[in-house]
Design a protein around this ligand. Structure first.
Ligand code: THU
Length: 158
């Protein structure tokens, strides 16, 4: 028997100004996108912004439904929109920002498992790491590949 350990490397920033200009632009797009959330049930407004290999930024926001499972998270709304509108482009990075009671959450909101799985799919499709930027009011986290937030990604079809 061997006991193994898994380590992940990620960065923490205190403000948007510490990000590179293109990451800052993506984070700001996610912050703006949260205004498109439709959340009559949770009032938890999430915005997501995807940067494509062309440099283009596509956004999404969570959309809820009275039949709860019919709604969709901001991340998947953004990725499915980007995937459908630009099927030939790769998704290089995604930024996420969440507001509660009209204010950006202090800690970064972390994506649900289903959204991580969808990120993994587009990362595999592009063959390059997809970066994830999680924007909170007090700190910002940057992860460098989906594997770091979804270890042991399902890949048994390979
Ligand atoms: N939600 C997202 O849009 N993204 C996340 O990463 C977590 C949760 C949405 C789903 C639902 O509309 C609301 O936030 C409360 O869970």
């Amino acid at each position: 028997m061997k006991s193994l350990e898994l380590k992940i490397r990620y960065s923490e920033y205190d403000s948007l100004d510490e990000l590179s200009p293109r990451d800052k632009a993506l984070a700001e797009a996610a912050l703006r996108a949260a205004s498109g959330a439709y959340t009559p049930y949770s009032h938890f407004n999430v915005g997501a912004a995807v940067r494509l290999s062309t440099g283009e930024i596509e956004t999404g926001a969570n959309q809820e439904n009275i039949a709860y499972p019919s709604g969709l998270c901001a991340e998947r709304t953004a990725m499915f929109h980007a995937g459908a509108a630009y099927p030939g482009s790769d998704m290089e990075a995604i930024a996420i920002a969440a507001n509660q009671n009209g204010r950006l959450c202090a800690s970064p909101a972390t994506p649900c498992g289903a959204c991580r799985q969808v990120m993994a799919e587009y990362q595999t499709k592009s063959g390059k790491p997809m970066e994830i930027i999680l924007v909170g009011a007090e700190k910002i986290w940057k992860f460098y590949k989906v594997d770091d937030i979804l270890p042991f990604i399902f890949d048994s079809l390979k």
